[in-house]
Design a protein around this ligand. Sequence first.
Ligand code: SD4
Length: 381
Amino acid sequence: MLQHQIFFALVLLMCFCCFAGESFNFGQFNSLTMPNRRKFIQSSVLGTTALLLNRITKAGGQYNAVKNNPLAISTWDAGLEANREAWKVLSAGGRALDAVEKGVMHTEASKNCCVGLKANPDRDGFVTLDACIMDENFNCGSVAFLERIKHPISVARRVMEKTPHVMLVGEGAQQFAIAEGFPLEAQQLSPDAEKNYREWLKKSEYHPPEINVESQKGHGPFAPARLNGDWNHDTIGMLAMDAQGNLSGSCTTSGAGFKMRGRVGDSPIIGSGLYVDNEVGACTATGQGEDVIRVAGAHSVVEWMRQGLSPEAACKKVIEKIVRIKKEKAREIQVAFIAVNKNGQVGAFSIHGGFDYAIRTKTAEKLVKAKSIFKEKPKND
Ligand code: SD4
């Protein structure tokens, strides 16, 4: 549509310039020699085209900060509780950055398959954590392959605020965390993770994460549907807008259960698992990290919003691209994006049905089913 508009405008402009050049007797124009006239036409066309493109782009993605209407959105149903923590900050007039840190810290401290130290380990039996955070000024921080630290999201924030770097990994990230006063936790699996790991060791087979871990049963030891009687859940990504209209985001995970040692997914990678552009909007991802990385997922979604697409349509564009790239294999993987734009509109899209995201605003607290390319698999319990 946009291309058509631009093409049409260009044709019109060319016609006008040619017509003007040949038929009109404007003093200045006619005083030009033929080569100069051509140059004049060229530069007019180029100049006006640039102006036009600029106008069209701005019209496509015109955003005004929404003030005094804070909101938080998060991936999966665990996002409801995380949003509640974030809301304590937002409703008190706090900063979106504080909200997205506090919100996901709640999930990091809880028992679940996929976030924090109680999550499933890698195939060597160690829990390794990835997280990143980004504020309204393009400041960002990230940690990956971090072990024995309870709150990787807070370490990511310290990387952002206290180092000249964006990303620290492994031992270096752990050293930094300890130097910053984060306690080194015991090298020990939670009882549920221990049980899952023992079960997994029987076959020691790695396969990609099950689609919708939280809502499927019967997927063996990979990630249990329930942990301690509660429904399990996946990576948490959270986006918030504060009362000033500023955006921030966070993402934290233990990655894929029983992954290769050293494997890092999309979640700590700025532009893949999370991206925030305070002029346009923000996006975070969950699902098969490798396939989010190869399309620079979160950044791509934000760029589509800049072109004027709604958050849902922008998420859909990038999901469609992944499905196009993966072809038949897309049926076996789940990827989902959630996004918010500067106007406070939210949206999401996933490859498979069954992906829920949690919304919290002044007037609403709810779980929303994202639209998807493929329908949700029937639940088998
Ligand atoms: C990863 N994206 O490490 C994460 C996993 C995830 O829902 O989000 N699972 O690839």
